[in-house]
Design a protein around this ligand. Structure first.
Ligand SMILES: Cc1cc2nc3c(=O)[nH]c(=O)nc-3n(C[C@H](O)[C@H](O)[C@H](O)COP(=O)(O)OP(=O)(O)OC[C@H]3O[C@@H](n4cnc5c(N)ncnc54)[C@H](O)[C@@H]3O)c2cc1C
Length: 397
């Protein structure tokens, strides 16, 4: 193999939101930057995120915003977000020509909704700042004290002055972030928290009569686990339950907390019991439930699925308010929206890897998690920026 390339300045590995943010920060500080990515094009997960409306951030008080991060590196992420808060994210998107708007829930989107115009403008900006790009450069681990890459021209060893690793987590691996880096860093003595699905659907082994409800949205219901409540909506799918209402509770459910469903969140248990006590006449139990509690077919089906044999009287009212959701855990990591686990806080001197002092890490590689709602992208952008700033100071020294 040829002698190691001495990349001047900084190398950014991974061209997702964290890596691209780091590249811009380095370039603006006059550090020569090269960005490489394993895939033939950049920002594939960002583009996928834009398919259902690119939720960039959330307009809410900063202290509330920061409570949504957990995991060993959450304090680091909170600090980065304080320095690059939601309104800075919105300004940044506008500086790239993307007018943003705030939806009724406070979630902030580009008017275009999708990510492609933003990514295009971002790459043009970086190119204008002199950033060099290489696609199909896959980091493949270490060779002695150099970084080893598989490239279209064959294997390359490089030893940059500073490297920002921004390789993402391990969800949706076909978009590029496959988590293969965990093995290489662990072998170098970098402590990692195990990967786990975050913002994932739930697997349910449905009985055959649920089939007609696959695809049905469940509205006007509330999920609860370990004291956390999720008023969001979800969908009954062939595999289980999907959607933001379920994703928000992945962490407590993953940790073993029972999940319950309130089918009538607008009424107290007493009111539900009062309604159920109305004379039933010749109506079936299902018809009585539908009529007195105004249950639509999907909610009624869930009550029958998880609650049968149905009790009577007050016990039925209690069941309607706290229906145990029988599931077999979150969907596997490749199907999750994001990844919990990754590089642990004790591995880091701020963003620098203690075991490998020319390497820094940012974005979803770090051990933190947050619900959907703009918290993920904000943390990736903010940590990419902060890691680059630390590298700039080190290079200046
Ligand atoms: C369907 C979907 C919808 C989403 N919607 C939203 C949303 O609306 N709002 C929000 O806040 N978040 C959303 N997210 C999450 C968000 O997209 C991610 O949290 C974010 O992209 C992570 O950024 P990152 O830069 O850390 O990693 P990534 O975006 O995963 O980028 C990592 C890059 O590293 C590259 N790479 C990986 N391994 C190697 C290697 N060995 N060598 C070289 N390159 C490598 C990959 O190809 C990739 O380009 C969504 C995610 C999904 C899957």
């Amino acid at each position: 193999m040829e002698e190691p390339h001495n990349i001047k300045g900084a190398l950014v590995v991974g061209a997702g939101p964290a890596g691209l943010m780091a590249a811009g920060e380095l370039a603006r500080a006059a550090v020569p930057v090269t960005v490489v990515d394993a895939k033939p094009t950049f920002g594939r997960k960002l583009l996928m995120a834009g398919k259902s409306g690119l939720n960039l951030t959330k307009a809410e008080p900063l202290d509330t915003f920061l409570t949504h991060y957990s995991g060993s590196t959450a304090p680091l992420i909170r600090e980065a977000v304080r320095a690059f808060p939601p309104d800075a994210v919105a300004h940044w998107a506008e500086s790239l020509g993307q007018t943003v708007f705030t939806g009724s829930s406070g979630r902030v989107f580009p008017k275009a909704m999708k990510a492609s115009p933003l990514l295009r403008a971002w790459l043009e900006e970086l190119s204008g700042l002199g950033v060099a790009f290489h696609t199909r450069w896959r980091w493949a681990g270490f060779s002695a004290d150099t970084l080893l890459f598989d490239t279209p021209e064959g294997p390359r060893r490089v030893s940059p002055e500073a490297t920002i690793l921004a390789l993402g987590g391990a969800s949706w691996p076909r978009l590029g972030s496959d988590g293969a880096w965990a093995e290489w860093l662990s072998a170098q003595g970098v402590p990692l928290a195990p990967f786990a699905p975050a913002n994932a659907g739930l697997t349910v082994d449905w009985s055959p009569h649920m089939e007609k409800h696959f695809g049905a949205p469940v509205k006007a219901a509330r999920l609860s686990a370990n004291g956390l409540q999720s008023p969001g909506e979800f969908v009954i799918s062939r595999r289980g339950l999907e959607g933001s209402g379920v994703y928000a509770l992945t962490k407590p459910v993953r940790e073993g907390a029972p999940l319950t469903l309130d089918l009538c969140p607008d009424w107290s248990e007493t009111e539900v019991a009062r309604r159920l006590a109305r004379p039933r006449g010749k109506a079936t139990v299902a018809a009585h439930l539908r009529k007195t509690l105004r249950l639509d077919p999907p909610r009624l089906a869930l009550l029958m699925e998880f609650g049968r044999p149905l009790p009577e009287g007050d016990a039925l009212a209690r069941l309607v308010k706290t229906l145990p959701v029988r599931h077999t855990g979150p969907r596997p990591l490749p199907e999750a929206i994001s990844t919990a686990g990754g590089i642990a806080a004790q591995a880091l001197d701020t963003y620098r890897l203690k075991a490998l002092p020319t390497l820094y890490a940012a974005g979803e590689m770090l051990d933190w998690e947050a619900p959907t709602g703009g918290y993920l992208l904000t943390a990736c952008l903010a940590s990419g920026r902060a890691a680059a700033r630390q590298a700039v100071s080190a290079l200046a020294r």
